[in-house]
Design a protein around this ligand. Structure first.
Ligand code: SF4
Ligand code: SF4
Length: 111
């Protein structure tokens, strides 16, 4: 087979109507500002942890919406709760509280 110097990622397509949204609903009840997110990526661009690791705060939103809890649990360990992303967010999403809420939810649901 001809080598083109790149590989094709496996398909990650899911049906959002079938994902488990219980954790997302629980977290939105703690931090409703999450619903104001416009996915602009400013939080990711300013993230302190993102400068030193592969952490991507916007990916946290995606994992939450996709119900990918195992990866989400690993991801949130990288956040230092410095709050810089929150200062930069144009939609006023309280990201630090979002991360803290995920920690609480993960313990509560024991997932
Ligand atoms: S900066 Fe705010 S609005 Fe933009 S992606 Fe991050 S949380 Fe969403
Ligand atoms: S609070 Fe977490 S996600 Fe936000 S800038 Fe700091 S390390 Fe990044």
């Amino acid at each position: 087979m001809k080598q083109f110097g790149y590989s094709i990622n496996p398909d990650r397509q899911i049906d959002y109507d079938l994902t488990d949204k219980s954790l997302l609903s629980f977290i939105v009840s703690f931090e409703p500002s999450l619903l104001s997110c416009i996915s602009c990526g400013t939080c990711t661009a300013t993230c302190t942890a993102g400068h030193f690791t592969d952490f991507n705060i916007r990916r946290v939103h995606t994992l939450l919406r996709r119900g990918e809890i195992t990866t989400l649990k690993k991801e949130i360990q990288k956040c230092m709760l410095c709050g810089k992303c929150q200062l930069a967010c144009p939609a006023g999403v309280n990201l630090r509280n979002l991360i803290r809420s995920i920690h609480v939810a993960v313990e509560k649901f024991n997932v």
